[in-house]
Design a protein around this ligand. Sequence first.
Ligand code: CAA
Length: 282
Amino acid sequence: MKVQKVLVAGAGQMGAGIVQVAVVAGLQATMIDVADEFVAKGMAGIEKQLGRAVDKGRISADKRDAALGRITTGLDVSAGADADLFIEAAPESLVVKRGLLENAAVALRPEAIIATNTSSLSVTTLAGFVARPERFVGIHFFNPVPAMALVEVVRGAATADDTVAAARGFCEAVGKTPITVKDSPGFVVNRILFPMINGAAQALAEGVASAADIDTGLKLGANFPMGPLALADLVGLDTTKAILETLERDLGDAGYRPCPLLGELVAAGKLGRKSGEGFFTY
Ligand code: CAA
């Protein structure tokens, strides 16, 4: 199946990013969230990003306008029930995702693909909330979506081969490189990346170096585009902590336990860029 119309639940940084790359690639997209203000914020972010792309000469103003014209918005799945593909990019809460997936499974055509952008929950568990788990798949984008070339296509226990193929085709259509991954904690990238971020937080907590110097160390000493602490701030410290907790619990390995400093920052509401402060101030 070739995806032409996508319905994205969640207008936050991931959801809006997915909508942006879809409409720039010529697909139709519907973006929904629980309140008008979230939808408006997501749309404003897309308009800003595409405005920048025009200023840089990456796309023409006409192409930007056409892309924006392919977006519709709403407050529930009925706003885009004719979609070929539904992607939930809601907060990492099983309860929230369950409600969305159950609604989508009822509202969409039976042949539509239902996907999750989760980074820390089991795709096979989430597939239990839809009537046809063979049509369910993980489509895990990276942050910031427009700038990151990779997508992990995550095969749950019941995911059918043609569902994986359609998900990979969608990723390629929006300009990304998919890798196919078995449903397992942290998939490939986070399983390897987040222990490094945790190590940076632990080094900071032990006073090994300042946050700025730790990040400079990894940028200049390992050629990372940004330091691990700035990256954690970009991802969100709550999400970072949730990913590490999943790795610790599901791999049964205490080596993944989130550094206490991470928990302290989250408890203090310092969630990174989205709250204005994390390891750094924005
Ligand atoms: N939103 C959208 N696009 C953005 C962006 C943002 N927040 N920040 C940068 N970009 C885009 C820019 O528009 C620009 O696009 P063009 O090339 O088309 O002009 C491009 O990214 C490069 O941006 P800049 O030149 O301004 O900045 P840079 O060269 O310093 O790169 C960066 C910025 C792309 C974020 C780079 O620092 C980087 O790659 N950092 C690492 C990001 C990373 O590792 N992400 C993975 C996080 S883990 C994850 O997401 C998994 C999970 O489950 C949590």
